[in-house]
Ligand binder design. Sequence first.
Ligand code: AMP
Length: 480
Amino acid sequence: MRVQSSWSRLLPMTWGNPGYFNFPIMTFNELNLIAPILKALQEEGYATPTPIQQQAIPKVLSGRDLMGCAQTGTGKTAAFSIPILQLLHERPLQRSNSRYIRSLILTPTRELAIQIDESISAYGRHLPIRHQVIFGGVSQNAQVHALSKGIDILTATPGRLLDLIGQGFISLDRVEFFVLDEADRMLDMGFIHDVRKVIRLLPAARQSLFFSATMPPEIIQLAGTILKNPEHVAVTPPSSTVEIIDQRLYFVEKGLKKNLLIHLMQAHEVPTALVFTRTKHGADRLAKDLKKAGIEAEAIHGNKSQNARQRALANFKSRLTQVLVATDIAARGIDIDELSHVVNFDIPNIPETYVHRIGRTGRAGNAGVAFSFCDAEEKPYIKDIVKLIGRQIPVIEEHPFTGATVPKSAASTTPAAPMKSATPAAPVKSATPAAPVTTEAPKVVRSFNDVVKLQDPPNRGGVKPQPNKKWRPSRHKPTV
Ligand code: AMP
């Protein structure tokens, strides 16, 4: 089976162009792969390994556990399945019973499970490898029959796996390789307890690979229970991807973020937007608030059915809704051509997530705008983001909701650069801003670092206050 001919054609635009990566272009030959695998890759039309493959394959081949931060579409399936195929082939099989399972790949959905098994079939086509996929919602008979002969690589969804283990058709005693794929989505879909049950059944001596597109604290904690002294790999489009996107930062009190978004939409600063919130509840609440203010909005997240998500996405694409509010995981795989605006309603605590989010806009050479709303608690996240992308995010000072974010101490020590805007802050309770709606382009005052320096109290974040620092305007020009 031909999985895909060229990742430069099929991966998202920003990821597909090797020029976007500060990564040396290498060939699969340089990864010490065995001939049957190289042959299969050539037949697949894979010319060069993707960045996650370049990083992960040598580490897995060396026997190390791995923690990978990567989304679907980066070539991560090959990144874990190719070295597993090779190691399985090179190691003699200790066949103690006929129902052996040498590798287990756990993945949240039936679609992903099928896709992974198809990839294994393609990459392992010149190897004597037995592989099988199991998932729920279909009769178990054919799956049970295939399992009776022993399996080198089993790809499974958690529910059906535990079901067949419970019925005595599967034992995980002999597992040498364990892959947890899309760990954050497992969490989002409520499978985390099932995942923990599976982990308890695995032998202690094994090699484990863990993949997640985002790394919230629960996921990092889960990884800690699975991995031993892991190597880390992450794929993030470097700053060149980010450079084409017009990014702006608004400092705003948490409770006023919705007012700011409504204000920007009513002022036509933001015609339509994909808005990211940290939680499902937050997404629902924001969609409700926007609707109350007369803005057509819908939320998508893990608690919504597949049908509801698809309907919301279709409505957004056809412009029936102006705003699609999404959690990071629900927004995965959403591909919207000509998406003009992304709004980080909550600042992600993982800087790579920021890059993934804003990479939704500015696709295919189109202009893209990314607004980030930062409250006092989120400032450290912005620092990490700035470090990752290697550039400042221009700060928009003049908006009606600035006042509350400026600590008194900063305002008093920095008379040259006051944060207060000319327009008064809107009352907290109102869903719509009290400030007059303006269609003027927002005024960019200075870079984030300057503002942080001015706003941070002494000795916080290791930055000394610089009361006499001269303000220099950012070279950034607003484009809306
Ligand atoms: P994944 O992120 O694993 O879902 O992979 C995304 C798509 O990229 C899959 O359809 C793969 O067939 C394809 N792909 C993965 N690695 C490569 C590669 N090195 N060259 C070309 N296509 C690839």
